[in-house]
Write a protein that binds this ligand. Structure first.
Ligand code: HEM
Ligand SMILES: *[C@@H]1O[C@H](CO)[C@@H](O)[C@H](O)[C@H]1NC(C)=O
Ligand SMILES: *[C@@H]1O[C@H](CO)[C@@H](O)[C@H](O)[C@H]1NC(C)=O
Ligand SMILES: *[C@@H]1O[C@H](CO)[C@@H](O)[C@H](O)[C@H]1NC(C)=O
Ligand SMILES: *[C@@H]1O[C@H](CO)[C@@H](O)[C@H](O)[C@H]1NC(C)=O
Length: 328
């Protein structure tokens, strides 16, 4: 277990205690707990689950939106719901201005339902984590798994930090690995979590460089030809359409189909295809493709890990009333 020399004894003990419960922990975790709202809001997790399920049932594309919100929130200042804050006159350049994500209204709906059963108790950061877990269940067919909670909401949200932390889809493998390592995530986590690109949508502009002026030879030629019928050449005035990440099977199912697509050159981003550029990550992808159960276990563990790093707990931060607004 990695421990920094700055860890004091209490932190270390706490970390060991958490690690004992959380067998997937590979480094000191802040003091999140299972069932944190067990006495303060016993209906919290069931309410998030119910509303999340209802939203995805109505619009199956929403699972991907919840999953990506969790990833983007976590990669900037840890899971503190900073991604959800709206611009204000004193802070116009918030995170959500940097990259367009979907699902903000849906998160507000979940929060409103939770507020109606226990006002002022459940943080938006925990709601994002629960909704990501529930998405794996509803959109991925996972058996439900425990997601530790007790996160608090941050009050800082800054455009610049998105540009500094969120990986670009044209990164090469060594830079992807560095980017994930900076967030406490391993090469295995990178391969495991990238399967989130088995569902949801992407704008052509994020992968057009693989289609024009010439087709990237690592992309399947038939797949590329089909994409070119949807995505116009950059600068041609044809706009920036959206396509499904997974164009082979159900585009709204979180699944290990991602790895078959990877092996056959049917993924969209340079950053996806780069997982085939080393023997280790390619072998990992082949294993995940061959065994869905093994991948699911790893994906659930990686979500929990992602959700536990750099969080605000205790009396740090606040619990917002509305997820898009700092509570004054
Ligand atoms: C490895 C580095 C990653 C890069 C470079 C990356 C990049 C991107 C890009 C460019 C898009 C398209 C966005 C758009 O056009 O609107 C996208 C979509 C998406 N990403 Fe990633 N991503 C990465 C990792 C992850 C991880 C770790 C997750 C979650 C665990 C994730 C979940 C998603 C989902 C679900 C979508 C579809 C969103 C939607 O349907 O609205 N990504 N990603
Ligand atoms: C579950 O969600 C539905 C909407 O999808 C709502 O009508 C119902 O009241 C919710 N039930 C509980 C127990 O939260
Ligand atoms: C990767 O595998 C190929 C054969 O499949 C082998 O020639 C090469 O040495 C391997 N590279 C590394 C770094 O193991
Ligand atoms: C892939 O699976 C095989 C067989 O279980 C195992 O020996 C190998 O270490 C795995 N490779 C990786 C990179 O996980
Ligand atoms: C798939 O992975 C699971 C969980 O790691 C394991 O129990 C099972 O034996 C594996 N199945 C095969 C066919 O290797």
């Amino acid at each position: 277990m990695a421990t920094s020399s700055r860890c004091n004894k209490a932190t270390l003990l706490m970390a060991f205690a958490v690690a004992a419960v959380l067998s997937t922990a590979s480094r000191a975790q802040p003091p999140l707990q299972y069932n944190f709202y067990g006495s303060s809001c016993p209906q919290a997790e069931a309410t998030v689950r119910n509303v999340t399920e209802g939203i995805i049932a109505k619009d199956r594309t929403m699972g991907a939106a919840f999953m990506r919100l969790f990833f983007h929130d976590y990669f900037v200042r840890g899971c503190d719901a900073s991604i959800l804050l709206d611009p204000t006159s004193s802070n116009p350049q918030v995170e959500k201005k940097a990259i367009a994500l979907r699902g903000y209204d849906a998160v507000n709906k979940i929060k409103a339902a939770v507020e109606s059963v226990c006002p002022g108790v459940v943080s938006c950061a925990d709601i994002l984590a629960f909704a990501a877990r529930d998405t794996a269940v509803v959109s991925g067919g996972f058996a439900t798994f425990d997601m530790p909670s007790g996160r608090r909401d941050g009050v800082v949200s800054n455009f610049i930090e998105v540009l500094q932390n969120i990986p670009s889809p044209i990164l090469k493998l060594p830079d992807l690995i560095k980017n994930f390592a900076a967030k406490g995530l391993s090469v295995d986590d990178l391969v495991t979590l990238s399967a989130a690109h088995s569902f949801g949508q992407a704008h052509c502009s994020f992968f057009n460089g693989r289609l024009y002026p010439t087709v990237d030879p690592t992309m399947d030629a038939t797949f590329a030809a089909a994409l070119k019928t949807v995505c116009p050449p950059p600068g041609s005035g044809g706009g920036d359409p959206v396509v499904n990440n997974n164009r082979v099977t159900d585009p709204n199912a979180l699944s290990n189909q991602y790895y078959s697509n990877l092996v056959t050159g049917q993924v969209l981003f340079v950053s996806d295809q780069q997982l085939m550029s080393s023997n280790y990550t390619a072998a990992k992808a082949a294993n995940n493709s061959a065994n869905a159960t093994a991948w699911m276990g790893q994906f659930a563990a990686a979500l929990v890990k992602m959700g536990g790093i750099q969080v605000l707990t205790g009396t740090a931060g606040q619990v917002r009333k509305y997820c898009n607004v700092v509570k004054s």
